[in-house]
Design a binder for this molecule. Structure first.
Ligand SMILES: Cc1cc2nc3c(=O)[nH]c(=O)nc-3n(C[C@H](O)[C@H](O)[C@H](O)COP(=O)(O)O)c2cc1C
Length: 232
């Protein structure tokens, strides 16, 4: 594959190193000047020794200055049931939605289950997508990651997740995608992300995400100002 000098290619981190999927350079680790971004991060896995949750802990460690990552859990959410919803959101759902609402962005690390995303993650997105017109996911910037012991590193799960997020009108970071293949070789026994190439791509992704959130927000504010000026 073609590699341009001076660029850190995105974004499949497999056993052969990093392979280029996008032409865009990943910015190096840098700060987000003036930003104070709160990111709510959750994994689609419920198991204790999850590579995907471990990835979020690595993200917290590698986040640029100006970005705080809060790792939250989705395991306490009941299965979505419209009858339950009609009686009022259970406390775990209320808390989850508030965490999404208060966040400047959301980071999701998904495993791949049967070529798609796990049911627990679909369930979290179902709750987060409610109610129509009041969903905390509408317009929310979201970045995706995924780790799997297989060779394809959650490629199909991330496509699936992008499709769901588009449907609920979240705004998903277009690139880079971070697909971690052979995850068992990238973490140590204590589930610390030890693979240097993966750490570098993850740090670049977080910086890009931070800049993107800031730019999207500025563009929205400019649109609003233009609309108001047009009404005068
Ligand atoms: C029900 C089930 C289905 C799975 N399907 C896939 C799959 O389609 N592709 C894949 O790469 N791995 C698949 N796996 C393996 C997971 O990628 C692996 O268990 C991974 O470690 C789960 O993520 P976690 O470490 O964050 O829990 C599957 C695992 C389970 C339990």
């Amino acid at each position: 594959m073609l590699r341009r000098p001076g660029r850190v290619p995105a974004a499949v981190v497999g056993d052969a190193g990093i392979e280029t999927m996008a032409n865009e350079p990943i910015q190096g680790v840098s700060d987000l000047p003036g930003a104070e971004l709160r990111i709510a991060a959750f994994a689609g896995s419920l198991r204790r020794a999850s590579f995907n949750r471990a990835l979020l802990h690595a993200a917290r460690e590698l986040a640029p200055e100006g970005m705080q990552i809060d790792v939250i859990e989705i395991g306490d959410l009941p299965l979505f049931n419209a009858d339950v919803e009609a009686e009022g959101d259970p406390p775990a759902v209320e808390a989850f939605k508030a965490q999404l609402r208060d966040a400047d962005g959301v980071l999701i690390a998904t495993p791949e289950y049967n070529d798609g995303i796990p049911g627990a993650l679909t369930n979290a997105i179902d709750w987060g997508s409610r109610l129509p017109g009041r969903s905390p996911l509408v317009g929310k910037p979201v970045a995706l990651l995924g780790a799997s012991p297989s060779q394809i590193g959650t490629a199909r799960a991330q496509l699936h997740l992008r499709q769901l997020l588009a449907h609920v009108h979240a705004r998903t970071l277009p690139s880079p995608e971070l697909l971690i293949a052979r995850a068992h070789e990238k973490f140590d026994d204590e589930l610390r992300l030890t693979d240097e190439a993966t750490r570098r791509v993850l740090a670049g992704l977080l910086t890009r995400f931070g800049h993107w959130i800031t730019r999207e927000r500025a563009a929205r504010e400019a649109d609003r100002a233009l609309a108001m000026a047009g009404q005068r």
